[in-house]
Design a protein around this ligand. Structure first.
Ligand SMILES: Cc1cc2nc3c(=O)[nH]c(=O)nc-3n(C[C@H](O)[C@H](O)[C@H](O)COP(=O)(O)OP(=O)(O)OC[C@H]3O[C@@H](n4cnc5c(N)ncnc54)[C@H](O)[C@@H]3O)c2cc1C
Length: 408
């Protein structure tokens, strides 16, 4: 049986290796548009490749929850780890359950997958762009010229297009009449309305909370980076995928800029500064607490004049400053573009896919995995865990299909 895997990214290469491992007689071809496979994998985890996460569960994902549970249920985290260790790639666990190659180098993961694929006899064709897939008889015709019995859509989402994925998966589904949830950028920065440019370059540990129409959507603590467009950093990336569920024009971001201090503690701290250093310029009040630009912004929001000294700040104003530090409010106007996002939310779900095989219900012999599917994970190795697991599930289903054809 001849299988084509469209896209030599993480999910496609995991599918190819698993299929050839389970079914040595299967002919497996990976068609990759870029000059090399696994280009994106090289830049994952800041070049270290956060391969999976020990604590992973379906709670770390958004999208089609039933489908996500079913796929991850087939491949517990231990099986992701064994998949790589059996290829000769030792792994190690770091903070928050994040798992990396022991070398802390993404190229080790790329080499391991590539070597294993070549060792098994997977045919890899690079610089080959799939433009069309047509059903022909019981199989599929690619670009009107190559015929295969099975096809796996592993061409990714729309994110970080410089590494190859440009939304082909969704254009193909549309052409084939397959419904899917509209793709949106996730794990990206947020654009803020009327954002003060003076904050550009500030980094501060904050507890950030996303609210839509006053309803709390998600909250996370970590280092927030203020840029010329708005905010980024891991806590912002984690909540960016929820923007699709927020009401337009009613989305707010609240930042507690001193999450380690209770409101009363912070108030007492500011009071001590005021009472201990009465001649201090008011603008300096919060500058021991926060990065200078952020401290100045907070004081400016409280409406204090430039020439005031701290002794002129009454308790009521001090409380206002305290509450501003604990609850800085911004209006969210959108998310960064696909090109600046790490992952795509949306994709094909269980109405079109069998969750136990990832085969399209309407098109027998065609499968989908990775970011083409409606599943996106939080930072921490969850997206690659999804890519390995969903790719391997397609492979198992195709190998089973081959076995049943052999019997008949
Ligand atoms: C900067 C960055 C850092 C990241 N870090 C991490 C991390 O540390 N841990 C983690 O879990 N996740 C991380 N991710 C997310 C993770 O890399 C992706 O979720 C994962 O690679 C998706 O796998 P995929 O196979 O679905 O798609 P991709 O890896 O995008 O692969 C799709 C492949 O299909 C090819 N293709 C597309 N269209 C065609 C076509 N028409 N014809 C032929 N080939 C085609 C593309 O060139 C590409 O090679 C990161 C992402 C980015 C951008």
């Amino acid at each position: 049986m001849k299988t084509v895997i469209i896209g030599g990214g993480a999910s496609g290469m995991a599918c190819a290796v698993q299929l050839k491992t389970l079914c040595a007689d299967c002919e497996v071809t990976v068609l990759e548009k870029m000059p090399r496979v696994l280009k994106k994998l090289l830049v994952t985890g800041n070049g270290r490749c956060n391969i999976t996460n020990i604590n992973s569960s379906s709670e770390f994902y958004r999208g089609d929850s039933g489908l996500i549970k079913a796929v991850l249920g087939h491949f517990p985290v231990g099986s992701n780890i064994r998949f790589f260790e059996e290829m000769g790639l030792p792994l190690k666990e770091e903070a928050e359950g994040r798992v990396y190659p022991r070398s802390m180098n993404a190229s080790s993961a790329v080499n391991a997958l590539l070597f294993r694929a070549e060792e098994l006899g997977v045919k890899i064709v690079t610089d080959y762009t799939v433009k069309s897939v047509a059903k022909k008889g019981n199989g599929f015709l690619i670009n009107d010229s190559l015929y295969f019995d099975c096809a796996v859509v592993a061409s990714g989402g729309c994110s970080a297009g410089v590494h190859g994925s440009d939304g082909f998966s969704f254009r193909l589904f549309k052409k084939l009449g397959i419904k899917f949830t509209e793709p949106r950028p996730a794990l990206c920065g947020l654009l803020l309305k009327d954002f003060p440019r003076s904050l550009k370059g500030v980094r501060n540990v904050c507890n950030v909370t996303l609210k839509s129409g006053g309803r709390e959507m998600y909250s996370e603590t970590g280092e927030v980076q203020f840029n010329d467009y708005g905010v980024s950093g891991i806590p912002i990336m984690q909540l960016s995928g929820l923007l699709r569920e927020c009401e337009k024009g009613k989305t707010e971001l609240f930042a507690d800029c001193a999450p380690d201090l209770e409101e009363e503690e912070l108030f007492s701290y500011l009071k001590r500064i005021r009472d201990g250093h009465p001649q201090m310029p008011a603008l300096n009040l919060a500058s021991g607490l926060l990065p200078k630009a952020l401290a100045l912004y907070v004081i400016a929001l409280s409406g204090l004049g430039q020439s005031l000294t701290v002794k002129e700040i009454d308790d009521g104003t001090l409380l206002k400053i305290t509450r501003t530090v604990k609850n800085l409010r911004f209006c969210v106007s959108g998310a960064r573009d696909f090109k600046d996002s790490q992952v795509t939310s949306g994709g094909v779900g269980s109405d079109e896919l069998n969750p136990d095989t990832l085969e399209l219900r309407k098109i027998k012999g065609m499968y989908a995995c990775g970011e083409a599917v409606n599943a996106d994970g939080l930072c921490g190795g969850h997206n690659l865990r999804w890519a390995w697991s969903s790719g391997r599930l397609c492979a198992e289903a195709i190998a089973e299909r081959e076995k049943s054809l052999d019997k008949n």
